[in-house]
Design a protein around this ligand. Structure first.
Ligand SMILES: Cc1cc2nc3c(=O)[nH]c(=O)nc-3n(C[C@H](O)[C@H](O)[C@H](O)COP(=O)(O)O)c2cc1C
Length: 153
């Protein structure tokens, strides 16, 4: 299985920390969206797309890349993110824009992962931010198990 993670993480490198754990389990390369030639996805059997959540969706660079990807045939993919607020319904909403674009290109989304990330956006910085210390060890463990599960299935 040849895996690639396409990741954009800038605010506090929160998503990058999750990506590194997943990459280790899947023996995957990590690339930023800017460094990915759209056609290259054809070379991989499994592709993970991840970033922080900014204004209720993935980073624009990831969404723009999704628009440029070629049509694929049942290619396996997964979506992950870190965000200020998490929850069962929240992850569905946060991942929807990217998910719909990928599905329209023929990707099959196997699973989703989201956890909290340190957030000092806007006024939050005056109060020390929210979710300080996240992702924490437990989040990294959950990401590890998520990746193991992908590998097994
Ligand atoms: C400009 C901006 C917008 C954000 N918008 C949201 C949002 O809509 N919903 C949310 O839950 N978190 C939001 N956050 C928090 C980030 O998703 C969170 O801090 C994430 O872990 C950042 O990931 P990164 O460090 O990988 O960039 C926002 C953060 C920034 C900087």
């Amino acid at each position: 299985m040849k895996s690639l993670l396409i990741v954009f993480s800038y605010h506090h490198n929160n998503t990058q920390k999750i990506a590194e754990v997943i990459a280790k389990i899947l023996h995957a390369k990590i690339k930023t969206p800017e460094k990915v030639e759209p056609e290259v996805v054809q070379e991989y059997t499994l592709i993970g797309f991840g970033s922080g959540i900014y204004s209720a969706k993935h980073h624009k660079s990831l969404i723009d890349l999704a628009d440029k990807l070629p049509t694929v045939h049942n290619k396996k993919a997964f979506i992950f993110s870190t965000s200020g607020i998490t929850g069962k319904d929240k992850v569905i909403k946060d991942h929807l824009t990217l998910k719909e674009k990928l599905q329209s290109k023929g990707f099959v989304i196997l699973d989703d992962f989201q956890c909290k990330g340190y957030n000092t956006n806007s006024f939050l910085r005056f109060f020390g931010g929210m979710n300080k210390g996240r992702p924490n060890d437990k989040d990294l463990e959950n990401a590890k198990n998520f990746a193991k599960n992908l590998k097994q299935n």
